[in-house]
Design a protein around this ligand. Structure first.
Ligand code: ADP
Ligand code: MG
Length: 244
């Protein structure tokens, strides 16, 4: 699914990722942990195709080098990023935003676009599955949403767009336990042998609800340790300092 080789990324003359290697196979869920400032969000941004980074190394997604693939095409190809800090976009209705995003992906695959009715049916089904209040969908995108509502909205987006690689950047941070369970439910109900996940998290707490196949520790732009679920528990006790 995803193969990253010796990835280096710089922005504003600062090198953030310093030779990162990572392979994620179909069906796998990888957790990426690491202290603040280690480069987790930068990795998420670079994978999603955000502009402004100087990149070297290779990112292959389903066998295709992503180097020249712009952000919207990456989304169409099945890469989804749930932002650490979802943007508030005044004037853009959440439902319309979701519908436009979904239809742009469907169109790129040669599938028929969903009309308003069919789309609403899908949104209702997915929000009720997750236990998300539909009311937020008629509001402007993320405007005045609480921290938890923003994150739940990202997960709803993931459910609706149905990506093959989902990257969740600290979707768990700042959530109360009920919202955390909604996020976990969104991920767990999407897992299958064809889909992959990169779950970036600062805390082990989320991994009580989402069981990773692999846990990596990122420090100063490099993966310094890889293990299974127990590694996260170990880190919770010892902290990152011991490893760095
Ligand atoms: P994390 O998500 O692991 O906390 P980030 O990827 O957000 O880390 O940031 C890694 C480091 O890169 C931090 O020291 C941060 O200040 C720096 N950084 C991130 N974005 C920029 C930028 N646009 N310009 C300069 N430095 C940046
Ligand atoms: Mg971050």
């Amino acid at each position: 699914m995803l193969e990253i080789k010796n990835l280096q990324a710089s922005i504003n003359n600062k090198t953030i990722l310093k030779g990162l290697n990572l392979t994620i196979k179909p069906g796998e869920l990888h957790a990426m942990m690491g202290p603040n400032g280690s480069g987790k969000s930068t990795l998420a941004h670079v994978l999603s195709g955000k502009n402004g980074y100087e990149i070297s190394g290779e990112i292959n997604f389903r066998g295709e080098n992503l180097k020249k693939v712009p952000v919207e095409e990456r989304a169409q190809k099945g890469i989804f990023l749930a932002f650490q800090y979802p943007l508030e976009i005044p004037g853009v209705n959440t439902n319309n935003f979701l519908k436009t995003s979904l239809n742009s992906i469907r169109k790129s695959k040669g599938e028929k676009e969903l009309d308003t009715l069919a789309f609403l049916k899908l949104v209702r089904e997915k929000s009720s599955e997750l236990g998300i209040d539909e009311k937020i969908l008629s509001r402007q995108l993320n405007v005045g949403f609480s921290g938890g509502e923003k994150k739940k909205n990202e997960i709803l987006q993931m459910k609706i767009l149905n990506p093959s690689l989902s990257i969740l950047d600290e979707t768990d941070s700042g959530l109360d336990i009920d919202a955390l369970k909604i996020v976990a439910k969104g991920v767990n109900s999407s897992r299958n042998d064809k889909k992959s996940f990169l779950v970036i998290t600062h805390y082990q707490r989320l991994l009580d609800y989402i069981k990773p196949d692999f846990v990596h520790v990122l420090s100063d732009g490099k993966i310094i340790k890889t293990g299974c679920g127990e590694l996260a528990e170990e880190l919770e006790k010892t902290g990152y300092k011991k490893l760095t």
